[in-house]
Design a protein around this ligand. Structure first.
Ligand code: PLP
Length: 397
């Protein structure tokens, strides 16, 4: 009887020469199915595990809400890509992000950016506050503002998102980590829009990296997933494990399998997206119907210097444009695209366009003339020409 997960890790890098991240991702760390010698391990959907006659469990695994064999490979890949000590998958990015706050105690103080993924901002300022967290939102691009917000002894978590939705504010990860650690707070970074291809927050001083794996990690708009990767397995990580187990935001087996498959192409996808985005941002910056391009890869972008320091190999695939003529012209531009797809989300192979303020709703800090663009891997000329004709249509009488 073989009651171990049937992965063959003989190609694991502990025995091989250390693999570069693109190789780790492409080969899923080289894990295969040892029983069948299948190159691609199969989908694992079981919710429960056989107990040994002596009452013990294999690897303490008794139920898939506690630990799922389907997640072992993608978690091992993410741990390696982020150079962490441990990784955990969740059912969504929000499940992963909110776990970081639910692992604290009522009365604890947290500092988060004013510009961040809007659902997390809404949750922090409503449910999390009602539950008892003291939440301060600051301009994370201003390190003095962060220093002033810290309450040593009370601040338990500093949260950053960089580049941050949808203005692409850049937080200096290394400097913000120092400020958090001086106050003995943990420092968590939502690195969804950078992806491990461009930034490794743990190497820069972060304690926890969070991803909406729905985005670049999976990359095909067909999986909702979240991930946390820890620098060390400390008490906070143990509490995070308990939150996942008890709140139950775990990833299903099929999604875990799809995510591993998606991550195999992470590096070439992101590199193509970055090249397209840089080329488009430079062309859009000269477009007569565009008032402003927000993209960290443009030299006049306020966070450009910090982005250059901490984003290796490019400035990401996300940008926003502010359309001349205000909200009506922006909405009309989005209405007239054919190749760009009018949809929310980001990080996939296909390019998406979104009038962000109307998605975020009342109280949004997002300008109403702004269109958020997630650049895919299509031909950059097709993307430019489609936007050009949509802008022209929006500005025609
Ligand atoms: N963080 C960022 C930067 C995001 O863009 C999103 C989703 O758009 C999330 C977190 C939440 O992720 P999910 O939609 O997978 O819950």
């Amino acid at each position: 009887m073989n009651d171990k997960p049937s992965f063959d890790k003989t190609h694991n890098q502990s025995q091989d020469q250390r693999m570069k991240p693109a190789t780790v991702a492409a080969q899923g760390l080289g894990w295969i199915d040892e029983k069948t010698r299948a190159l691609v391990p199969g989908v694992q959907v079981s919710t429960t595990y056989i107990r040994n006659p002596d009452n013990s469990y294999v690897d303490n695994r008794n139920y898939s809400r506690t630990s799922h064999t389907a997640c072992l490979q993608p978690e091992a890949v993410l741990k390696e890509l982020e150079q962490g000590a441990a990784a955990m998958l969740f059912s969504s990015g929000m499940a992963a992000a909110t776990a970081c706050f639910l692992a604290l105690k009522p009365g604890d103080h947290v500092v988060a950016p004013k510009i961040l993924y809007f659902e997390l901002r809404k949750w922090l300022t409503s449910s999390a506050t009602e539950w008892g967290l003291n939440v301060d939102l600051v301009d994370m691009t201003d390190l003095d503002a962060l220093k002033r917000a810290m309450k040593p002894g009370k601040t338990k978590l500093v949260w950053a998102e960089t580049p941050a939705n949808p203005l692409w504010d850049i937080t200096d990860i290394a400097e913000a980590a120092k400020i958090a650690h001086e106050a003995r707070a943990h420092f968590g970074v939502d690195s969804t829009t950078a992806s491990p291809v461009l930034t490794r927050p743990l190497e820069l001083g972060a304690d926890i990296v969070m991803h909406s794996a729905t985005k670049y990690l999976n990359g095909h708009s067909d999986v909702l997933a979240g991930a946390l990767i820890a620098k060390v397995e400390d008490d906070y990580w143990e509490r995070l494990k308990t939150v996942r187990k008890q709140v139950g935001g775990v990833l299903g087996g099929f999604e875990a399998w799809l995510l591993t498959r998606g991550m195999r192409t992470l590096y070439p996808r992101v590199r193509a997206q970055v090249a397209n985005a840089q080329a488009l941002a430079e062309r859009f910056a000269k477009h007569p119907h565009i008032a402003h391009v927000l993209y960290p890869g443009l030299p006049d972008f306020p966070g450009h210097a910090v982005a250059k320091k901490q984003m290796k190999g490019g400035f990401g695939g996300m940008m926003s444009i502010r359309v001349r003529g205000g909200e009506a012209a922006a909405v009309k531009t989005a209405a007239n695209v054919h190749i760009w797809k009018r949809a929310t989300s980001l990080g996939s192979v296909e390019s998406l366009i979104e009038h962000r303020a109307s998605l975020e709703g009342a109280g949004t800090p997002v300008p109403h003339d702004l269109l958020r663009l997630s650049v895919g891997i299509e031909d950059a000329d097709d993307l430019y020409n489609d936007m050009d004709q949509a802008l022209a249509a929006a500005h025609s009488r």
